[in-house]
Design a protein around this ligand. Structure first.
Ligand code: AP5
Ligand code: MG
Length: 220
């Protein structure tokens, strides 16, 4: 299947996207992770992206579209993919449509994950990430076994994303409402949208996500 995960910062796109991709054998295409990786390597794209990300702003559509085009055309994406963080604007959604129709395929579902802003702020302020495997921990609800280090990479210190600072989180919510939330209606009009509550435990959200994709325990 080809699935888009849509939703505000902190709703669980990365957490659920990773589990879904691993569970189903699909590729995970996360534009945020690609940009953070480029920033760590200090490539020209990474340095420019870092400035935008730290300010809570989006990277230019043509840059992001180019990145995703390569991934979608790659061999790993042939078995199916989960898009986390793309598309994020209407021009990106139009470009995705064109890329897929050039390949003679289409999206199977766009999942809209939702949660209250109060819960999202709580999650983001407690998020810590492993810079090696990108696993997202949470000091409140999913802490690492040992303080401050990744369970799978004990030598690696967990980091807090710069854009998880409160003032940047507020900016990211504004950007989400203005530029990304319109995609909910965009995909609702084409009957591809499935609403899934992002509130509840990770397992509950995952079960609801699988059900929405017709892959839950009850699916044949
Ligand atoms: P991106 O990395 O995509 O960030 P985002 O959309 O703001 O989303 P987050 O990664 O913050 O949250 P998430 O939904 O993945 O939640 P997570 O699973 O981590 O983008 C970052 C930046 O890159 C953008 O601001 C922009 O600058 C740029 N960019 C990226 N894509 C772009 C594009 N297409 N166009 C232009 N620019 C782009 O969960 C959050 C926390 O909650 C974690 O601690 C987790 O453990 C915890 N958690 C998860 N689920 C639950 C649960 N059910 N209960 C309790 N806690 C939970
Ligand atoms: Mg994420």
């Amino acid at each position: 299947m080809r699935v888009v995960l849509l939703g505000p910062p902190g709703v669980g796109k990365g957490t659920q996207g990773r589990r879904l991709a691993e569970g189903q054998g699909w590729a995970l295409i996360s534009t945020g992770e690609m940009l953070r990786e480029a920033a760590r390597k200090q490539t020209p794209l990474g340095l420019e992206a870092q400035r935008q990300m730290d300010a809570g702003l989006l990277i230019a559509d043509d840059v992001i579209i180019g990145l995703v085009r390569e991934c979608i055309a790659g061999p790993e994406a042939r078995k199916g993919f989960v898009l986390d963080g793309f598309p994020r604007t209407v021009p990106q959604a139009d470009a995705l449509d064109r890329m897929l129709s050039e390949q003679g395929v289409q999206l199977d579902a766009v999942v809209s994950l939702g949660a209250t802003e109060e819960e999202l702020v709580r999650r983001l302020s407690a998020r810590r990430e492993c810079p090696v495997c990108k696993r997202a921990y949470n000091l409140d609800s999913a802490p690492p076994k040992r303080d401050g280090t990744c369970d799978d990479h004990p030598e690696t210190k967990l980091i807090q994303r710069v854009d998880d600072r409160p003032e940047t989180v507020r900016k990211r919510f504004v950007v989400y409402r203005e530029q990304t939330a319109p995609l909910i209606d965009y995909y609702r009009r084409s009957s591809q949208l499935r609403d899934v509550p992002g509130l509840g435990t990770r397992d509950e959200v995952y079960r609801a996500l699988l059900d929405a994709l017709g892959r839950g325990a009850g699916a044949r």
